[in-house]
Structure formats: C-alpha cells, structure tokens
Ligand binder design. Structure first.
Ligand SMILES: C[S@@+](CC[C@H](N)C(=O)[O-])C[C@H]1O[C@@H](n2cnc3c(N)ncnc32)[C@H](O)[C@@H]1O
Length: 250
C-alpha cells in the first residue's frame, strides 16, 4: 500500500469511517445522546445466547453502551478502519479489563469474510454495529448491495445475531427544539408490509426536505421479524432512521 492509500484510509477508511467519522462523532456526542440511549434501551433487552461476541463495524464504539459489552467474556471486533482498535480501547478498554472481557481486534472486511468468520466461531453471537447501512457506500452496484444484504439472514441462519443499521437518511427541517417526540417513536415496530407509503411517512415525520437516501437495508431482517426504529440526528438538519433487531434461532 502506498503512502497515498495509507493516508486516504486513515482519513476515510474506504468512505465509511476513519478520521472524518471520529472527529464528527466526537463533536456530536451531546446531539447523539438520545439515540445512544435508545440503542442502549434496545440492547439491554436483547439476551445474547453466547458469552462470545463477534462485533462487526466496531469503530471506536461511539454509540455502543460499555455496560452491554462487559457481559461477554470474549469479543472479537472487526473494522476496516486503521484507527478503530486504538480509539475503541481508549473508550471501552478500562471497563473491559475490569469485567475481564478479552478483546481481540481485527482489521478486516466483515462482509467479505463473514462465512469464514462464522465457521471459525460457531459458538458466538454476532452484532452488526451500525455497519450494514454503509455497504452501499463501499459497493457501488445497487443490485449487488441489495442482494448481499438480503442474503445475510440466510448466511446467518441458525445463529444468534442482531444489527442496528441505517435505513434511510436525509435533510430535514427538524431541529432539536422541535423534539420529534422521540419517546413516542422509540417503541415503533417496523411493519411487516413495509412499503413506499410507510417509508414516506417515516421521512415526513422528520419534516424531510429534498432527496432522502435509501441504504438498501430494508430486507436485512425477515419481514416478520420485530424490529425497532430509532431516529438519529446525525448532523443538524440531517437525520437518519436506524432499524434495530435481534434474531434468535434455535
Ligand atoms: C457508522 S460507523 C460505526 C459506528 C460504531 N459502531 C460506533 O458506535 O462508533 C461504521 C463502521 O463500520 C466500518 N465498516 C464499514 N463496512 C465494513 C466492513 N465491510 N467490514 C468491517 N467494518 C466495516 C467502518 O469502517 C466504520 O468504522
């Protein structure tokens, strides 16, 4: 890898993370707090089957509740971002040492290597930590992206796994002052028959303006899987709808 590629990787880690993401996340902590609380509220109700976790797209764990991580005895964390390991350990390392959770970091593409990772760790739960919505930035072919994301539930069949990911994102008129009645939205269950009209109503609920981006993740979960929708004020006047779900199959 040449110096130019190394620098580009540090700055944007393939367009999905890197220094840009970390600086933005660091500066946005206060604005993201309600979303972090929703994610925590969702996660504490998930009861992973295993004490070993494969954590995909860990980054620095900016939105990850430390307490949830400490229930595991072993975590294998995957990210393509060269800065992820150091920053993740800075944020969560002390608590993980305290809970005697072993953490191993891997700079690896978790999508490309998923079948191999699952085979290598048959007794592990899997959490995709706001990573799947980025697949579209990395693979430019929309048909392929949808196919890959739709196929995940087959690759993961029989496994204990969950994900929080971007569903839709775009510009809005909403500001924190308008407050969006987040507490009312938090328990919404994504309907079985998700359709364009429902997407439209989601977008409108955030006083959308302009063009919204579809992250092509709407078939990550099976249509009858209960999932939770979480709004995220990514930037002022630019919101995301996240979808979170956990699948336990025996
Ligand atoms: C939105 S950020 C994740 C946020 C993170 N969970 C947090 O709380 O800070 C998405 C992360 O997924 C990583 N990522 C995207 N695609 C990936 C892939 N195929 N394999 C591994 N990591 C990936 C990016 O490098 C980035 O760090």
């Amino acid at each position: 890898m040449g110096m130019r590629e190394i620098l580009r990787d540090l700055v944007d880690a393939g367009g999905t993370g890197g220094l840009n993401w970390h600086v933005h996340a660091f500066q946005s902590q206060k604005r993201w707090q309600p979303t972090v609380a929703h994610i925590e509220h969702f996660l504490v109700r998930c009861q992973p089957r295993h004490t070993h976790l494969l954590l995909m797209g860990c980054s620095a764990g900016w939105m990850m509740p430390t307490a949830w991580l400490t229930q595991f005895t072993q975590i294998d964390a995957y990210d393509i971002d060269p800065l992820a390991q150091r920053l993740f350990n800075w944020r969560h390392g002390r608590a993980l040492r305290h809970s005697q959770t072993q953490i191993r970091h891997h700079r690896q593409d978790a999508m490309a290597h998923l079948p191999g990772l699952l085979a290598k760790h048959p007794q592990a739960s899997i959490w995709f930590d706001n990573m799947l919505g980025q697949h579209r930035y990395r693979i430019r072919d929309e048909v392929q992206v949808e196919k890959d994301l739709r196929a995940l539930k087959t690759t993961l069949a029989g496994r204990d796994w969950g994900s929080v990911h971007d569903l839709l994102s775009g510009p809005t008129l909403a500001t924190r002052a308008q407050n969006l009645r987040l507490q009312d939205i938090r328990h919404n269950i994504y309907p079985r028959d998700m359709d364009a009209a429902f997407n439209q109503s989601l977008v409108q609920s955030l006083h959308a303006q302009g063009i919204w981006f579809d992250h092509l993740t709407s078939h990550v979960f099976a249509d009858d899987a209960p999932t939770t929708l979480i709004p995220w004020e990514f930037k002022p006047h630019y919101w995301h709808w996240l979808q979170a779900g956990w699948v336990t199959s025996y």
